[in-house]
Ligand binder design. Structure first.
Ligand SMILES: Nc1ncnc2c1ncn2[C@@H]1O[C@H](COP(=O)(O)OP(=O)(O)O)[C@@H](O)[C@H]1O
Ligand SMILES: [Mg+2]
Length: 246
């Protein structure tokens, strides 16, 4: 049984349909990459999956159990959304750390654990992110790559079933990009279940069990990582060749 199953998800803003008929499954321990041009709906999809937006069509299931049915659950209140949100973690493009707190505090504040337990856990996570010597630094004292690794530790502190990344390296220069991709790769090796929106095609080829190509709010192709080298759809080919030319 799939850990996550998305069925016929749809989302509109006003009368503009942004996501159409999105369906896919993700098994526990797998990494899914979502690739597509700017404006194709990738961020909106991640926001719906994380319940920062409510999808207005379709269903989402975890371990075979429907956790959200757009036909029935439109009136979900913050409390209910809060409960289902706990299954998911999201790492943003722009890190979004609290500037007034240290790296360690940014991680401990995220957690529902308290006291000594969370501190130990946060220290362990920051060590795992290669930040053992940066725990007491404030965000402005850290490079973008270090800040993003703190943000990943913060997301992990909540023990999400599924960790999502929205272009986690697009605000970083190449050197810092590689240090962030390295820790994401370590998470993939440890079989963290992940959904990664990325333009880093070589990285996606390396870590992905599944790949989805999106265009204009739709999935135009999906398959395993080999799809990256053998896209069938003309729009996918065009998009991939535009990345090569960067
Ligand atoms: N809150 C919103 N209100 C209205 N339109 C939105 C909103 N968020 C995104 N959009 C529109 O949805 C489309 C997809 O955006 P987005 O999901 O950010 O795409 P991507 O992440 O692939 O670049 C764009 O046309 C964007 O302008
Ligand atoms: Mg986006």
């Amino acid at each position: 049984m799939a850990l996550l199953e998305i069925r016929k998800l749809g989302k509109s803003f006003g009368d503009k349909k942004i996501l159409k008929d999105i369906s896919f499954e993700l098994e526990k321990g797998q990494t899914l990459s979502i690739i597509g041009s700017s404006g194709s709906g990738k961020t909106t999809l991640l926001r719906c999956i994380n319940f920062l937006e409510k999808a207005d069509e379709g269903t989402m299931s975890l371990n075979g159990e429907i956790i959200y049915d757009a036909a029935k659950d439109q009136d979900f209140k913050e409390k209910q959304l809060g409960l289902i949100r706990k299954h998911f973690g999201l790492v943003f493009q722009q890190f979004n750390l609290f500037p007034q707190y240290t790296a360690l505090e940014n991680v401990t504040l995220a957690s529902r654990l308290q006291g000594k337990d969370i501190k130990e856990k946060a220290i362990g996570l920051l060590e795992q992110m290669g930040l053992a010597d940066r725990m007491d630094y404030y965000p402005h004292q850290l490079s973008g790559g270090q800040q993003q690794r703190v943000a990943i530790a913060r997301a992990m502190a909540l023990d999400p079933d599924i960790l999502c990344f929205d272009e986690p390296t697009s605000a970083l220069d190449p050197l810092l990009t590689s240090e962030v991709l390295r820790v994401i790769r370590q998470l993939a090796d440890k079989k963290m279940t992940m959904i990664i929106v990325t333009h880093e095609i070589a990285f996606a080829r390396l870590v992905s069990d599944k790949v989805i190509f999106m265009d204009d709010g739709q999935i135009i192709e999906k398959g395993d990582a080999s799809l990256i080298d053998n896209p069938k759809d003309e729009r996918t080919r065009h998009f991939l060749s535009s990345l090569d030319e960067r």
